[in-house]
Write a protein that binds this ligand. Structure first.
Ligand code: OOG
Ligand code: MG
Length: 257
C-alpha cells in the first residue's frame, strides 16, 4: 500500500470510529500539500463510490495575511458531499469527534468556473444567490493540531454544513461590508468585527477557482460554495444552540443534540 493510501485509510477510520489521530507531518517529512490533495481526492472518490454525491466546494484559510505567513497564494479547498449537508439545523454530537461551528457566506453557483483565469468580476457573475450559512468542522486530528498537508488530506476538516434557504442576488448585497456575529446559547462568542482584516469573498472564490482549475478540478453550476469562516470557530456541545446573525443575509441556526 502506498503512503497516500495509508494516510487516506487512516483518515477514513478516524472519521468512522470518531477517534482522532496524530498529524502525519509529524512522522512523514516529505508529506506535501500536493500529496494532501491526492489523499483528499482518493477519499472523496471512495465517498462517492459509497453512494454519496458531490455537491460543492469549501474554502479554508481565506485570511490573506494568514495565508501570506504560510506562503500560500490561494485558499485551501475541500469537497462537499450530500451527506454533509444538514437539511434541518441539527447535528448529532455522537457522530462527530470535537465539532466546531463557524459562520460563513455561502454561494449557490449559477455558472461553471472551470477554465481560463477567473477574476473577481467573473467569480461574482458566476454566483446565482448568496446565503447565510454555518459550517461544522471536525478535524480528524487530535486537538485540531495539523500542518497544511495534513488538513488538506483531511478534506479541510469538513464535517457538516447548513445553508439558509433564503438567498439574495449578488447585486443586492455588498459582501465586503457584511458582518456577522456568532452566538452560542444566547451569548456572543465571536464577531467578524473583531477581525480588522476585511476579506472579499468573491476574490477568495476567484483564487480558489483558479487553484482548482490548475489542479484539473472545477467549480460547477449548481455547486454550493462555503466561502470561508468569517469569525474564529467555536466548539459546540450537545444541548447547545449556535446562531449566526448576518447584517443583511439573515440568520442561520444550528442545534447540537
Ligand atoms: C481548517 C478548515 C478551515 C475555514 O473556513 O477557514 C475552514 C480548520 O480546521 O481550521 O473551514
Ligand atoms: Mg470553514
Amino acid at each position: 500500500m502506498s503512503r497516500i493510501q495509508q494516510v487516506a485509510r487512516a483518515l477514513v477510520a478516524a472519521e468512522a470510529e470518531r477517534q482522532a489521530v496524530a498529524r502525519f507531518t509529524a512522522s512523514w517529512d516529505e508529506f506535501s500539500i500536493d500529496a494532501g490533495y491526492r489523499v483528499q481526492a482518493a477519499n472523496i472518490e471512495a465517498r462517492i463510490l459509497r453512494g454519496h454525491r458531490r455537491v460543492g466546494v469549501k474554502l479554508g484559510l481565506t485570511s490573506p495575511s494568514q495565508r501570506r505567513r504560510m506562503g500560500l497564494v490561494a485558499p485551501l479547498t475541500g469537497i462537499l458531499t450530500d451527506d454533509m449537508q444538514l437539511a434541518e439545523g441539527l447535528i448529532v454530537s455522537s457522530e462527530l469527534i470535537h465539532p466546531k461551528v463557524e459562520p460563513e457566506i455561502v454561494f449557490a453557483m449559477g455558472e461553471d468556473l472551470a477554465s481560463g483565469t477567473v477574476d473577481v468580476d467573473a467569480a461574482r457573475r458566476a454566483v446565482a444567490t448568496v446565503h447565510a450559512g454555518i459550517e461544522v468542522t471536525d478535524s480528524r486530528y487530535i486537538d485540531f493540531d495539523f500542518r497544511l498537508p495534513d488538513v488538506v488530506a483531511d478534506n479541510a476538516s469538513s464535517a457538516r454544513f447548513l445553508v439558509s434557504p433564503r438567498g439574495l442576488d449578488p447585486a443586492e448585497i455588498d459582501l465586503a461590508s457584511e458582518r456577522v456575529t456568532l452566538m452560542i446559547d444566547g451569548e456572543q462568542v465571536a464577531s467578524s468585527a473583531d477581525d480588522s482584516e476585511m476579506v472579499d469573498p468573491y476574490l477568495e472564490l476567484a483564487l480558489a477557482a483558479n487553484d482548482l482549475i490548475s489542479r484539473g478540478e472545477a467549480i460547477h453550476a449548481g455547486d454550493v460554495v462555503l466561502s470561508g469562516a468569517l469569525t474564529k470557530s467555536e466548539r459546540i456541545f450537545a444541548g447547545s444552540l449556535a446562531v449566526a446573525s448576518f447584517d443583511r443575509l439573515g440568520t442561520a441556526e444550528l442545534r447540537a443534540v
